[in-house]
Design a protein around this ligand. Structure first.
Ligand SMILES: Cc1cc2nc3c(=O)[nH]c(=O)nc-3n(C[C@H](O)[C@H](O)[C@H](O)COP(=O)(O)OP(=O)(O)OC[C@H]3O[C@@H](n4cnc5c(N)ncnc54)[C@H](O)[C@@H]3O)c2cc1C
Length: 396
């Protein structure tokens, strides 16, 4: 048989790009990941090389100096990068979502101002919906922007869980604007906040307090963002008009879900590879453990899950690329891939016996990374809401 998780029907360009990224993951990311992760060190050199490879602009149209590639190409690259180390994919994921939102919802001036600098990685994106009191229930956002007589807005409130909050320089922030709309969603507005990288008071009225200490997803920064009387110019509203932020963010999160599915596929593939390699070399009772049926069957289950998750993820990406609505397909791919990733990672951990518990072994790191995928871009419960709503609509 061929290797698992093959993608049929790719163009030569797609094959070239994905092969280059896979090679980069094998040569550069995997050898460096363990030490950087254990010391919670930002992968600066790796990020510089990603910039040179053009990965920050992979989906940005050529007219804005990007590579103009599809969501599928991007997702396949993310899969390869996450196979190396999930945190490296985390550096480009929020950037990609913000670029997607600007490209599809920004004014012509915003596209011209931000996209070329985003394509080179000079400007780096993060997005912020969550707050200390909410994540799933986005409509409950409390951070408020109040319109002033001169048309600008003053923002007050606290945002939570910004991936790349400190290292990013352009944050798309969803806040409440009191527009008097009946539906809470229609009172939400996305602002583009350009700021210097770093921690502390980075702009008058904008503070990034510091890194949140996490179980996994180390190396990259996850932060809060505190607004105290921050003055946001009216022309920093994404798309120029208030009240559209919820739909704009949901569009970003929808492609973000394909991208989380791709990350889950990458981690599951790595866990699978490690499990198989270990099972072939570890002997008990006179034979390699791969020859014990319990282990062989576990490998069969892992392989099936790796394959199914990949195909679901590819399907969701292709659907979006074709211009079709993909909320259900993206929800299914994210749900299935993240759940399978956890299961495959745990199965590989069990195959490793006691050594899987040692920090010397890569599987220990994957065990701490996989759970995040069950939560980020909407928990499995939220994916089930999206899937069931869509399915019930189609089968009414
Ligand atoms: C490392 C990390 C990075 C993150 N990065 C970002 C980021 O860059 N930007 C950003 O905006 N956010 C980010 N988040 C936040 C993330 O999106 C939220 O944590 C996630 O959406 C869940 O929200 P919550 O934590 O508030 O959980 P809650 O919404 O409080 O949910 C708690 C539990 O209740 C369940 N639940 C909630 N509502 C329902 C329902 N209606 N039906 C059934 N079950 C329900 C959930 O599934 C979950 O099990 C990040 C989080 C982490 C941990």
């Amino acid at each position: 048989m061929t290797r698992l998780a093959q993608t049929m029907g790719l163009t030569d360009t797609q094959i070239d790009i994905v092969t280059t990224v896979r090679d980069f993951a094998d040569r550069v990311i995997i050898p460096a990941a363990q030490e950087l992760e254990h010391t919670d060190t930002y992968p600066t050199e790796i990020v510089e090389q990603l910039k040179e490879m053009g990965l920050f602009g992979i989906t940005i149209p050529e007219e804005y100096d990007g590579l103009g590639e599809s969501l599928l190409t991007y997702a396949l690259c993310v899969e390869e990068i996450a196979r190396g180390w999930m945190s490296v994919s985390g550096v480009i994921n929020t950037h990609f979502i913000v670029a997607h939102m600007i490209r599809h919802h920004g004014t012509p001036e915003q596209k011209a101002k931000y996209l070329p600098r985003m394509a080179t990685g000079e400007l780096r994106g993060a997005f912020s919906m969550s707050e200390p009191g909410l994540g799933s229930d986005v409509a409950a956002i409390r951070t408020r922007a109040v319109r002033q007589d001169d048309g600008d807005y003053v923002v007050d409130g606290q945002k939570m869980w910004l991936t790349n909050g400190g290292s990013s320089t352009l944050v798309a922030v969803l806040v409440k604007t009191d527009l008097g709309a009946a539906r809470a969603h229609d009172n939400l507005t996305a602002f583009l906040v350009e700021k210097p990288a770093g921690f502390g008071e980075v702009l008058p009225g904008v503070t990034i307090p510091g890194k949140i200490d996490k179980m996994g997803y180390k190396g990259i920064d996850t932060t809060e963002m505190v607004f105290t009387g921050y003055r946001a110019p009216a022309d920093t509203i994404l798309g120029g008009e208030p009240g559209r932020g919820f739909r704009q963010m949901m569009d970003g999160v929808e492609v973000g879900r394909v991208n989380v599915a791709a990350r889950a596929c990458g981690i599951a593939q790595r866990a699978f590879e490690l499990g198989v390699a270990y099972a072939k070399q570890r002997e008990t009772f006179g034979s390699p453990i791969a020859e014990h049926q319990a282990i062989a069957f576990r490998i069969a289950e892992m392989a099936t899950k790796v394959e199914a998750a990949h195909q679901m993820m590819v399907n969701a990406a292709r659907l979006k690329d074709s211009g079709e609505r993909n909320d259900v397909a993206a929800g299914m791919a994210k749900y299935l891939a993240s759940e399978y990733c956890s299961q495959v990672t745990e199965a590989s951990f069990r195959i490793h016996g006691g050594y899987g518990y040692s920090k010397e072994y890569e599987i220990e790191r994957l065990m701490r990374e996989a759970p995040f995928l069950l939560i980020g871009e909407g928990t499995s419960d939220i994916q089930k809401q999206i899937i069931s709503r869509g399915v019930l609509r189609s089968y009414s």
